[in-house]
Design a protein around this ligand. Structure first.
Ligand code: NAP
Length: 267
């Protein structure tokens, strides 16, 4: 049996086990996906121990994504983002670290026929998700405005990301009014009915991805739908970061519809 897993703390409410196990069942794989909460000081032991035990692949979540970067050999995008959320043990050298959050956001947008080459994109937030999404959008050819409550963090990130500019939240309305793509990468809207984006700036020539997935239909996405924009909820990003990890580990095409159903039935 192949064992895959998730390192994080806490991981009790993670949706990754049912999402991945639905894929294993669909493809008739003899595999399981389990969660681990290692001590932060023992993260390296946990990762190399997993390799020694023959664990087939690991996801990494809060609070270990940045620390994991120092332990594995990160591929280029993970290195630029500064965080690893997927570890692959299949090579002959040290474990390889990937960041599939960026690709997850891009595949979610692509799935909704949002084109990014040459697009003006706004990322709200400059934390972990904001970093991943800003690099991903830039790699896909978009011009990226990063707006963050703590404005210096937006400027710092914009210096690292190609074709990016940093702003505070005061400029957000105008940025959104002139954009084709907006991504909420803040926690605003999680479990609360508030939006990080002024509703009157939203328009019908816009695609809006909200990384928040609890609730699925956030205030931002409701406002965006009312304005006639294309809406993409956070479960699509969550789905595709998992799909990407599955494909890295197995080299097989993931059964996306089955994974999507397993995820959405639990949200
Ligand atoms: P994080 O590193 O803690 O960053 C939080 C971000 O939210 C920062 O930019 C912070 O701004 C901003 N923020 C927090 N409270 C705010 C407020 N009241 N007003 C304005 N901005 C505020 O968190 P993260 O890991 O990036 O996660 C952000 C969100 O993305 C979470 O809801 C998480 O669940 C979601 N997420 C979803 C996926 C997915 O697959 N769908 C993946 C990753 C994350 P400051 O810098 O000013 O503090």
């Amino acid at each position: 049996m192949d064992v895959y897993g998730l390192l994080g703390n806490p991981v009790g409410h993670s949706l990754s086990p049912p999402m991945h196990e639905a894929a294993y069942d669909e493809l008739g794989m003899d595999a399981r996906y389990v969660t681990f909460e290692p001590d932060r000081t023992a993260l390296g032991d946990a990762i190399f121990g997993a390799d020694a035990l023959g664990i087939a692949g690991l996801n990494v979540t809060i609070p270990f994504k940045q620390d994991a970067l120092e332990i594995v050999a990160p591929e280029d995008l993970a290195s630029r983002i500064g965080a690893v959320n997927t570890i692959d043990f299949s090579g002959s050298g040290p474990p390889t670290g990937y960041n599939t959050d960026a690709v997850g956001a891009l595949r979610a947008l692509h799935d909704h026929e949002v084109s990014l080459e040459g697009a003006r994109a706004v990322v709200v937030g400059a934390g972990g998700a904001g970093r991943a999404i800003a690099f991903g959008l830039a790699d896909a050819g978009a011009t990226v405005a990063i707006a963050n409550r703590t404005e210096p963090k937006a400027h710092d990130l914009a210096e690292e990301v190609p074709r990016a500019t940093g702003y505070g939240l005061a400029e957000l309305g105008q940025l959104v009014a002139n954009a084709e793509v907006v991504v909420n990468a803040t926690s605003v809207g999680m479990e609360t009915d508030v939006s990080p984006v002024p509703a009157d700036a939203l328009h019908d020539d816009l695609a809006v991805l909200d990384a928040v997935y609890r609730p699925l239909e956030t205030r931002l996405l409701r406002d965006a739908a009312d304005a006639g924009a294309t809406t993409v909820d956070g479960a699509w990003m969550l789905l595709y970061q998992g799909v990407e990890a599955f494909e890295i580990w197995t080299g097989r095409e993931a059964p996306v519809a089955v994974m999507n159903e397993a995820l959405r039935s639990r949200l």
